[in-house]
Design a protein. Structure first.
Length: 138
């Protein structure tokens, strides 16, 4: 006979699955944040009408991006590989396939692929007309 604990866990799973389906579609939460990965408050630019742009950033093995900042909040989802982001004095963090984060805006950083396969990152910027999504550091 199943234990009470197993029955409670099974019941909770059924209720949770039913709640997701009751909302019209099943979903898996990826991220909910009020601050960037370096703990900056998320602030949306006000330079013009809202503009959302999405791209897939690819970093080849042994390569890195330029040092840069972001003028708008950027959601990042690692689709493949593993990327290490160097935030200078704030340290570095490594993100693996399936992980997501809101990238730093004012902290200069660069992405590095120390792995053997290309890194693919879905990058979604939530900005405004007239705002640069990527700002190279000089």
């Amino acid at each position: 006979m199943p234990s009470l604990r197993i029955l409670i866990v099974a019941a909770a799973a059924i209720v949770a699955a039913g709640a997701a389906l009751a909302d019209g579609y099943p979903s898996v939460p990826l991220l909910s944040a009020t601050a960037t990965i370096t703990n900056e408050p998320i602030r949306y630019p006000t330079t013009g009408p809202a503009r959302v742009s999405a791209q897939i950033v690819t970093i080849q093995p042994g390569a890195s991006t330029i040092v840069h900042r972001h003028g708008a909040p950027m959601f990042a989802y690692v689709m493949d590989g593993e990327v290490t982001v160097d935030y200078g004095a704030k340290g570095s963090m490594t993100f693996k396939k399936g992980e997501s984060f809101i990238e730093a805006m004012q902290v200069p950083h660069k992405g590095i692929n120390n792995g053997a396969i290309p890194v693919a990152i879905l990058a979604v910027s939530m900005g405004a007309e007239g705002t640069d999504n990527v700002i190279p550091e000089k």
